[in-house]
Design a protein around this ligand. Sequence first.
Ligand SMILES: [Zn+2]
Length: 367
Amino acid sequence: MTIAGSVVGCTEKKISAQDGPIRVQIPSLSDKTYSMQEVELLTITDLSRLEGTAAQFFMEPTSQDGEIVGKAPAVRFMKSKEGVYVAMDALSLQLVTLYYQFERLMFLDQQIGVATVNIWPRKVAINARFSSEDGSLLQNNALYSSAVDTYLFVPFTSEDLPLMVNSGVIGHEHFHSIFNQIVMRPLGDRYPKSDLEDLYLPILLRGLNEGMADVWGWIFSKDSNFVGRSLPSEKLSRRLDFDVLSMPTRKELSSLIAHVPPEYEVSISYKLGNKLARSIYGLSKVMLNQPGMTEDKVRIEMGKALVLTLSELRTFLDQKKPEDVMAPAQILFWFYKSLSLTTTAECEYFQNMVKDPDLVTAFSCKK
Ligand SMILES: [Zn+2]
């Protein structure tokens, strides 16, 4: 591409998508690898500050009275002879990519019917200084904070794919906001206070949240190995395209929780979440065998089913008596019930994965 000499700065007329789609060059996933591609931004109202209806950025943010505060970014572009905007530095490139992905997430949420559960533009904090449990500043991570309803990207120092460019990671974090809005926020004070003595439910819920977030990350990015692209140490443990033989029963999860030291509680959640994500991803392969089924149809169908599953989960937690113990595989049952396109093959795929007797019976698969 030829780069003409025009540099886009803050002093010029605002470049807005209201005057037509803004063509930009960004790294994007295609054919299993990330490469530079030309895409169109449709919701930007001021390109030089990356303002628009999809995302609002807070640079070097701080939190004041429960609100996130920070400067708007000042991004720099050059316009090519062909009219394509090309970011002039690495941060500008990452930010415009991130904006583009939030725009696509907004359209996906609209397609799935979940766009109104969140407030748009979504708040995104860049280079957030976030202390980890040992007091050191967190690096190479992305998180969602329900307290300030904001996605936090902490400094990324690795040579691998930056998290701000990784569409699967962005989709994963976005799911946490949907989980929060549909499940946790309506429950308010009723959770987790009632369960402080018992770690079972918090560990289970965290695992389900992480697992479904990985499914959402895949639905959004079509990438079954998105975590490993940015964090190679997690490649094997987080990829979705491995078979799962079974989900742990209530008893197995309880005894695991009772026997591991507290510092492993988070890893129990992630392992459980990964089993859930792999189970659902595996089901997508079974669904693809249905006549006329395409990967895109399966992804949207699964996104809708995940949202319905969250409502089932909230209702269960809302009405739960102290003696009710939720089996991890219960989520598979709700998910299966929420799908509109299933055959005996899908039913049996999940039935073979559950071991709690009541759930095996619940999956009454037609022969
Ligand atoms: Zn997560």
